[in-house]
Design a binder for this molecule. Structure first.
Ligand SMILES: CC1=C(/C=C/C(C)=C/C=C/C(C)=C/C=O)C(C)(C)CCC1
Ligand SMILES: [Fe+2]
Length: 360
């Protein structure tokens, strides 16, 4: 048996993950929220830094071990059939997504936002298991769907409410790579934003009512989850969106997923749980390096393939977002498969270690 579980402490992973991943990202987000609420201004170039860092740090690499997930589940070393299945999934879904960008860029952008809501929200649903010994036990499937919608909706909709011009600028840059006739302007006007804000509020209300009904509101997990949600709302309401979304991707979503992957890898999880997070991360980095390199090569190829690529920071970010959108569709599907395998949607607690270690 690996270090993932023992009889006396059946679920040792969450405290380790909280210390190494959850707390640092919370503190950075809190500090920046306070600083920007107090009037800090970031120069335009600095706002691109997190996305630039994410090319090699956490962001892009967090999906670059997807091909190893099937073999991690089956407890084998790299397994040819599993790798082939993931490669085919990527070629098919990424290909479809890229075709959509060429033929209908505004629709591709809208689809990207929706997929991100689902994928980042599902990441948060899984991460809620890191919060306490009882995880989300008790919250039913409807409550979980609303948790996904709320936590995925915050990074994608709060910037639209508070920074519509910057949002429209990113959409226009992305769609503009493929030709004139950018995103429709009604999507950034007051009526649509009011509707989006109302929808997010209704989602929050339904979630709280479900949490009360299912008894989750009385559990230890509820106060930290609620505070974290309010903090993220404030963060996206005050921090300029390219900086805020880039940071969320790089220091929040990706590290939480990497922690999950580390716990699926017997060697890395032994290191991690024995207090050697550096060694665990370097094992992950070694696994992720080849496909991160391939993704960077694809980005360079995309630069020559899109009709209107340019070298200003806005266009380069837009190009990166097109790549990320193409990779996110298969990545989100694979992570959804991991969620099903690890019992993230089950009302009752997964057995000791499941959800935090390999399911055997
Ligand atoms: C940059 C940016 C935006 C979109 C970012 C998106 C959609 C990122 C998705 C990243 C993913 C899915 C990473 C993989 O896990 C918005 C919201 C338009 C607002 C302005 C800044
Ligand atoms: Fe992800």
């Amino acid at each position: 048996m690996s270090a993932k579980s023992s009889d006396s402490d059946p679920r040792p992973a969450p405290p380790a993950v909280r210390g190494a991943v959850v707390w640092p990202s919370l503190l950075i987000v809190l500090a920046l929220t306070v600083a920007f609420a107090a009037g800090l201004h970031a120069p335009a170039w600095a706002q691109y830094l997190p996305f630039a860092a994410s090319l090699v740090l956490f962001g892009l690499p967090h999906g670059a071990v997807d091909h190893l997930v099937p073999s991690r589940f089956s407890g084998r070393k790299a397994d040819g059939r599993g790798i082939l299945a993931v490669v085919l999934l990527y070629i098919f879904l990424s290909g479809l997504c890229l075709i959509l960008w060429f033929v209908a860029p505004a629709i591709a952008f809208a689809l990207f936002i929706c997929v991100t809501v689902f994928h980042w929200g599902a990441g948060e649903l899984h991460a809620a298991l890191f919060f306490g010994p009882d995880g989300l036990g008790g919250l039913g499937p409807t409550g979980r769907v609303f948790l996904v919608l709320l936590r995925g909706g915050i990074p994608m909709l709060v910037p639209l409410l508070f920074f519509p011009d910057a949002y429209e600028g990113v959409a226009a840059d992305a769609a503009g790579l493929f030709g004139p006739g950018a995103a429709p302007s009604w999507a950034f006007g007051p009526a649509f934003r009011l509707a989006a804000g109302a929808a997010l509020s209704v989602v929050a209300l339904v979630l709280v009512s479900r949490a009360v009904r299912d008894g989750v509101a009385r559990r230890a997990v509820f106060p930290p989850l609620a505070l974290e949600t309010l903090l993220l709302f404030a963060f996206f309401a005050v921090v300029p969106p390219i900086l805020a979304v880039g940071l969320y991707f790089t220091i929040w979503h990706a590290p939480r997923h990497i922690a999950r992957l580390v716990l699926l890898d017997p060697g890395a999880s032994t290191d991690f749980l024995a207090g050697r997070p550096g060694r665990a991360v370097s094992r992950f980095a070694k696994d992720a390096a080849p496909l991160t390199g391939l993704a960077l090569a694809l980005l360079a190829g995309l630069y020559f393939a899109v009709p209107r690529a340019a070298q200003d920071p806005g266009s380069l970010l837009a190009l990166y977002l097109v790549l990320v959108s193409a990779l996110t569709l298969p990545h989100a599907s694979l992570v959804a498969y991991m969620d099903l395998r690890q019992g993230v949607w089950k009302r009752s607690l997964p057995p000791a270690g499941a959800g935090h270690g390999p399911v055997t």
